[in-house]
Design a protein around this ligand. Sequence first.
Ligand SMILES: [Zn+2]
Ligand SMILES: [Zn+2]
Length: 315
Amino acid sequence: MDLCGRSQRGALREASRKQASPRRWSRVNGWSWPLHTFQAVAWTTLFVLAFANFGIFVPLLPPNWNLVIYGVTGGLFCFHFVVHLLAISIDPAETNVRLKNYSEPVPTFDPSKHTHVIENQYCHLCEVTVNKKAKHCRACNKCVSDFDHHCKWLNNCVGGRNYRCFFCSLVSASASLLFLITILLYVFIQYFVSPEEVRTHPLYEDVSKDTWLLFLPLFPVKTKTLVVLGIGVFVLLLSALSLLLLGHLLIFHLFLSMCPDPHSSLCPLRSNMAQDEVCWPLLETSTSDKSQEETPLEGQQGSFCSEACRGHERA
Ligand SMILES: [Zn+2]
Ligand SMILES: [Zn+2]
């Protein structure tokens, strides 16, 4: 009786343990649930800066520059918008993972059965064979071909299939920010040196010196100098911070491209860095953020990607 009772209690404990760690579905791309806060911050920043650039500051430039700057910054914005969308929307998963069509949730890793998630080019979670450069991403819960890193700003993994879009997105965003900062510095300098140079639109003839017009030429909105200066300082600080982060990442990836095998953990630039820290080294190491992503997968020791790397190296 006692044995039976213990057995039942053991079975119940086992059943409740299984209930506590349900199988997780894999995420398809950056639009799959759950969305990430950083993703919303990235899109909000993009639209705030575009709004300020096209609606407020480019119209303050001299008329002969206006159309050229509209064309250049407009072209860069459209290009960035397209490659940014593609980097989020492309599924970077291994071919065999995509062929499975995400029809079933992924099993929970059992460390009593396997030492590593990927062994001999077989992923025990995706239950498919994978290529040598694939790694199983903890956040996406799937194997990604030519894994580079998991980017929280895109809310998607960056791998061989979307790396070019990610890189073009970095280059176009950095170039756009450089243009915007240059425009802002020109407007600030002219405001203090010769304000009439930034008040060339004919509508300025009918307003006082303390009045400025936003959203020229289509929807002119009157406002005071202090408001324009406040917006200018805010946009300048936001642009400088964004350029600092993007430039840092861009330079890292430019150096990485010089490595013979940039996706390998053997690349010296990656050797001392967890794979998921590559996106934004300044922000990604948040302990609370990491613990949220690591909690659902029980029985794992250390970085999921590092486990996968060691699996490959052993194989
Ligand atoms: Zn996998
Ligand atoms: Zn991922």
